[in-house]
Write a protein that binds this ligand. Structure first.
Ligand SMILES: *[C@@H]1O[C@H](CO)[C@@H](O)[C@H](O)[C@H]1NC(C)=O
Ligand SMILES: *[C@@H]1O[C@H](CO)[C@@H](O)[C@H](O)[C@H]1NC(C)=O
Length: 195
């Protein structure tokens, strides 16, 4: 025998369904875990690799289209090292020493004069690659670059894409420095562990 729901039953149903919505919502918030342990195999299933990359970094400060621009000048009366200046870079990196050789990515970031004794830069940059399977992956370098030393070694502190969990080091060697224009070409060798 079908009877219309009494107002009381209807009301209790409404209340309980509202309550259950509130309870479900509360439960969902309790499900938001801030930190948790994961099985490393979920992310780093393959074996760790060691890769070597070699390319040339072009720091173009002269001409109408510089790729390195000074964004903070050194304060007056500082050392000859220009202590305090900051330059932002979007430097092309190529497979060979000539700028016209194949572009494999860009070095984006900044460098800053961080020494009062000699010309030594704090380098903070991401190598954003476009070559082959590395297209879209990045390697991050943060280190000290005393530019007149023959070999400057800087740490690889991380990466993205194919370079997740990256660590390693780079060695930078000046290939060409034009005293007049201040444009520089630097050979970079990267040795990087990644997955
Ligand atoms: C900066 O150098 C100039 C020229 O040598 C000098 O006249 C001036 O007093 C110096 N300023 C400071 C703050 O040391
Ligand atoms: C790199 O990837 C981007 C985005 O997927 C694509 O547009 C571009 O053509 C690729 N570049 C090269 C050189 O393969």
């Amino acid at each position: 025998m079908a009877k219309a729901l009494s107002p009381f039953i209807f009301f209790s149903l409404l209340i309980s369904s509202t309550l259950s919505v509130i309870l479900v919502t509360a439960e969902n918030y309790e499900d938001h875990v801030f930190g948790r342990s994961l099985d490393p195999k979920l992310i780093v299933s393959k074996k760790q690799k060691l890769s070597h990359f070699r390319f040339y970094w072009h720091d173009i400060v002269s001409g109408p289209k510089p790729t390195a621009v000074k964004i903070v000048p050194p304060p007056a009366n500082t050392s000859a090292s220009g202590f305090g200046f900051v330059a932002m870079i979007d430097d092309p990196i190529t497979i060979g020493p000539e700028l016209s050789s194949k572009l494999v990515g860009r070095a984006q970031g900044f460098y800053a004069s961080a020494s009062q004794q000699e010309v030594s830069l704090l380098m903070s940059m991401n190598f954003a690659f476009i070559e082959g399977k590395y297209n879209g992956s990045t390697i991050t370098v943060l280190g000290r670059n005393p530019v007149f030393h023959t070999v400057r070694e800087m740490p690889v502190i991380g990466g993205s894409g194919l370079f997740r969990f990256a660590r390693g080091y780079v060695q930078a060697r000046t290939h060409k420095f034009d005293i007049k224009s201040k444009d520089a070409t630097v050979e970079y060798n990267i040795y990087v562990l990644h997955y």
